[in-house]
Design a protein around this ligand. Structure first.
Ligand code: PLP
Length: 350
């Protein structure tokens, strides 16, 4: 497939920025983990002896299953309906993982709390709504249920996640820890790869058929150590406000351009990760291919893990077919959004 050369590509993983920034301390009181799955690992480890199963939503990012499998806990899927609503399971001696979808608030999540007598524990993945504009981490830090979020999805850094557990005793990191160096080297290699424009095209093109190639450069390790102090300090001092401000402007601009003709799913009460839409026609592949040719790489949240049974969870597969997400992060400006909006509108007619 021929890809039109553009000055700038839109999409792909965030790059690696050295995070030097004098201000901003939104995360100053939180304990940091390497990634979301490590935070979830520690929550589950904390309650493992009290539960015999974990309920997980049928519509989810596969990485949620990784720590559950690693701890050897049985898991059962519960249904997410095609409007992204769900009924929260409740059973003695179990943990229930709940995902926030695209910043949409779900009333039933507000009314739950852990039951320590019956050993019912709720774990809310707040990756999509962590930067709620109105409460500044107040709800996140409440102890009625467990919460975690992968914040590295917002910042150009390969590590960073938080949870509301009281401080977890993580092993101290040895100087020059090889595993963490590997994570950083992977990202530095990825940067080199992306800086080579020919490979950039080749690489992104591969994504059309092989979503998994993306993961080559990703930090997927469950990391049981503390983050090195210098890295932790860098993340805590990162100017989140600056990048969230750009995200906000990009979202609002793109929404305005699309909203009359497109059903927008994500809400901007929390600087969402993407602008996500519902397709009206079953044309996701066509949309994806057309946009890729214009140098715009949309996002498929999420490829359904093989453990989810197609016959039992039809809505989940329907969601995967109809939802498509577009990058709005700080790498882009309003001109990029304008370019993306006009191409999205063209692609939807295919
Ligand atoms: C909603 C959601 N939660 C959690 C995770 C896991 O986060 P991490 O990749 O930092 O382990 C992902 C990963 O892609 C995700 O999409």
């Amino acid at each position: 497939m021929k890809i039109k050369r553009m000055k700038k590509y839109i999409g792909g993983q965030l790059g690696y920025d050295n995070l030097i920034s004098p201000k901003s301390n939104l995360l100053k009181n939180t304990q940091l983990f390497t990634n979301g799955r490590s935070a979830l690992f520690f929550i589950l480890k904390n309650i493992k002896s009290k539960i015999n199963k974990v309920y997980v939503p049928s519509y989810l990012c596969e990485s949620i299953l990784q720590p559950i499998k690693k701890l050897g806990i049985k898991f059962i899927f519960y249904e997410i309906r095609n409007n992204l609503n769900f009924k929260i399971p409740k059973e003695k001696k179990s943990a229930i993982i709940i995902l926030n979808y695209f910043g949409l608030e779900n009333r039933s999540v507000e009314n739950i709390s852990n039951d320590y007598k019956k050993n019912i524990y709720y774990i809310y993945d707040c990756t999509h709504n962590i930067f709620n504009k109105y409460d500044n981490f107040k709800v996140f830090n409440k102890k009625n249920i467990f919460r975690f979020a992968s914040i590295r999805k917002y910042i150009p850094f390969p590590v960073g996640a938080i949870c509301n557990l009281d401080y977890v005793n993580l092993k101290k990191i040895k100087k020059k820890n090889k595993k963490i160096l590997k994570i950083f080297n992977k990202l530095i290699n990825k940067n080199k790869y992306f800086n080579n424009s020919k490979k950039n095209i080749f690489y992104e093109n591969q994504l059309l058929n092989e979503q998994d190639r993306y993961k080559l450069y990703e930090n997927r390790t469950i990391f049981k150590n503390k983050l090195p102090e210098d890295i932790e300090n860098k993340i805590k001092k990162y100017n989140l406000k600056r990048i969230l401000f750009i995200r906000n402007n990009n979202y609002n601009f793109l929404k305005k351009k699309l909203e009359k003709k497109v059903k927008i799913v994500s809400k901007n009460t929390c600087y969402p990760l993407y602008l996500t839409i519902f397709l009206i026609k079953d044309n996701k592949k066509k949309v994806f291919n057309y946009l890729s040719k214009q140098g715009i790489f949309s996002v498929n949240l999420w490829p359904i893990p093989k453990e989810v049974n197609r016959n039992n969870f039809k809505y989940t597969f329907a969601l995967n077919k109809m939802l498509i997400s577009f990058p709005i992060d700080h790498r882009y400006n309003l001109k990029d959004m304008e370019y993306m909006a006009s191409n999205i509108l063209k692609s939807l007619k295919l």
